[in-house]
Design a protein around this ligand. Structure first.
Ligand code: GRF
Length: 357
């Protein structure tokens, strides 16, 4: 294998770059970190940081300083490799390696125009020496948000999970409407709050936002023609659904705003593995008018329920519920939106706690 051609810069060379930019009225951004196993969170952060100025230098912690900061098992990748990968990114113009735990000496030497830092810091919670160096270099400090669910530690944890063959929970999601619950599931997966994969999405509405959402997320999506009765499926449609689910090796079926009644052979094939989300506190207000019915009954609160699906409508075992107050003047539409906010938390949570064999 050929040796890497990338040579990290020295701090003095970066200072020259900074002064050249300065002479042209341009700005150098500086950021620092370990950047051990690069992930999308790093890339998004670096792109944002780079957009603050006209060029960017990344100060990489040396192997010794990563060990000191993160423990003896880190870094996974040695500093030369990390520098080479880092320098190949579009957002990065220069890489410098530094051996201290803190970047104070580098900041003093380079005097960057902008200092970017990711995470939960505030200007006041920065290391006092680094802060003093930044103040004396008159660097502008910019704290950028980190991307939820992305971190090197997180990646390593997932890689270290015992290889018991469990893997992410394979979900088949069925819906007829807007698909906001499908979206919530996809987002929870994206943020690693839910270890699952939506392996198939099925709808009885050809032009539904539900199907569009699935396709946009690259989930295999199918329209199944259920026949004329909007609440029931004909036998052929049931068979087709069962085939889609089995072909995709679905473990749990999720009814997320699915408006038709599900029957055999799906019910038996997935007994105790079909969940529905319903906009009321079951057993109160079953059926399709649940939100309006709760208002009409003069209830002070309603909510949502995640429950198992059986042949009896909205009557299977309740897995979780959340309450939502009914406010004076609530229309069904307004109240339903507030209920959905709770559904979007409750459904992914139930799925994330799904017992595995
Ligand atoms: C949700 O309120 C759910 O409780 C009910 O249908 C609605 C679906 O909403 N069964 P969406 O399509 O997920 O936005």
């Amino acid at each position: 294998m050929p040796e890497p051609t990338y040579q990290p810069m020295t701090p003095a060379e970066v200072r020259v770059l900074r002064d050249e930019l300065d002479a042209k009225g341009k700005k150098l951004v500086f950021t620092n970190g370990c950047f051990d196993l690069l992930h999308a969170g790093h890339v998004r952060y670096l792109n944002q940081a780079r957009a603050l100025g006209d060029a960017m230098v990344v100060a990489l912690n040396s192997d010794a300083s990563v060990r000191e900061l993160k423990g003896p098992s880190r870094p996974v990748n040695r500093e030369r490799d990390r520098a080479e990968v880092m320098a190949a990114l579009r957002a990065v113009d220069a890489v410098v390696i530094f051996g201290d735990k803190r970047a104070t000496a580098l900041i003093e030497e380079i005097r960057p125009h902008i200092y970017a830092k990711g995470g939960d810091y505030t200007v006041d919670s920065l290391n006092p020496e680094e802060l003093a160096a930044l103040k004396s270099a008159r660097s502008q400090i910019s704290i950028l948000p980190l991307v939820a669910g992305r971190s090197t530690t997180n990646t390593i944890e997932r890689m270290m999970k015992p290889a018991d063959g469990s893997g992410p929970l394979r979900l088949g999601v069925l819906g007829s409407g807007v698909g906001s619950n499908l979206k919530a599931i996809l987002q929870a997966i994206e943020e690693h709050a839910l270890d699952a994969e939506v392996v198939v999405a099925i709808s009885d509405e050809k032009d539904s936002t539900f199907l569009k959402t699935a396709k946009a997320a690259h989930v295999p999506a199918h329209f199944v023609d259920g026949g004329h009765n909007p609440r029931r499926f004909n036998d052929a449609a049931h068979k087709e659904i069962a085939e889609h689910l089995q072909r995709a090796q679905v473990e749990v079926v999720v009814l997320a705003g699915f408006m038709r009644i599900l029957k055999e052979p799906v019910l038996t094939a997935y007994a105790d593995r079909i969940v529905n989300v319903h906009p009321s506190l079951l057993p109160m207000f079953k059926g399709a008018r649940a939100v309006q019915d709760a208002i009409d009954e003069g209830e002070l609160e309603t909510g949502c329920t995640v429950h198992l699906v059986t042949s009896e409508i909205d009557a299977g075992r309740i897995l979780a519920q959340a309450t939502v107050p009914i406010l004076v003047g609530d229309t069904a539409e307004v109240l339903h939106q507030r209920i959905k906010v709770e559904e979007h938390k409750l459904l992914p949570k139930v799925l994330s706690e799904w017992p595995r064999k």
